[in-house]
Design a protein around this ligand. Structure first.
Ligand code: TYD
Length: 198
């Protein structure tokens, strides 16, 4: 089974991906924990092009192509072989990030994102958990973390608000697959909500 975690910057989904992978491993499953952009050596190289540098470094179209190229490599080298071997794959971000981030950057790009996804990826997770927090909290956490991977955080609060709306809309668009998880409280409280939803 492929499970993805999604949400705005600083929502806590990386912690939640790890906690779910730990729980499923303890329950006796073989679990592969991975992330996007990245997850395979080639995709990690593309990641650096995407998360570093100026906010306007790439056009939204070029950005879609780079994220899709990274995802294709991640699928070929890591996700598909793991699923074929019967493992459970937990990924910190997947195609919904492209739908929301690149779709939010420019509304009419959603069609292009879905077309590229259909052509090059074609797989949806069995379940997707969107960790839902308010954008002020997320942005403050992301900025407190520091580092050089702040290209999307540098686009500001208004952008994060648009993203939060985008993820909530996605949960309404795919009610079977996408579950909105209240991201408030301790990591353990949020993890319990995720495990129950799964
Ligand atoms: P990530 O490493 O998950 O950052 P964070 O831990 O801060 O959430 O992702 C890096 C950035 O890339 C993040 O701001 C979201 C963005 N992104 C997209 O815009 N489109 C995509 O398809 C993906 C996977 C990520």
């Amino acid at each position: 089974m492929l499970i993805s975690f999604e949400g705005i910057d600083g929502c806590g989904k990386s912690t939640q991906s790890r906690l779910l992978a730990d729980v499923l491993t303890a329950e006796g499953r073989e679990v592969v924990l991975t992330r996007e952009p990245g997850g395979s050596p080639g995709a990690e190289e593309i990641r650096r092009l995407l998360v570093e540098g100026a906010g306007e470094r790439w056009s939204p179209e070029t950005e879609c192509l780079l994220f899709t190229a990274a995802r294709r490599d991640h699928m070929e080298r890591l996700i598909r072989p793991a699923l074929d071997a019967g493992r459970t794959v937990v990924t910190d971000r997947f195609a919904d990030s492209t739908r929301v981030y690149q779709g939010a950057a420019r509304g009419d790009l959603r069609v292009l994102v879905d077309q590229l996804h259909g052509l090059m990826i074609g797989t949806e997770p069995a379940r997707t958990f969107v960790i839902d927090i308010d954008p002020e909290t997320g942005l403050a956490r992301g900025q407190a973390r520091g580092g050089t991977e702040d290209r999307f955080e540098s686009l500001g609060l208004e952008f994060q608000q648009r993203l939060a709306r985008g993820f909530r809309a996605l949960a309404a668009e795919y009610p079977e697959r996408v579950r909105l998880i209240d991201g408030r409280g301790t990591p353990e409280q949020v993890a319990a909500r995720v495990r129950q939803a799964l």
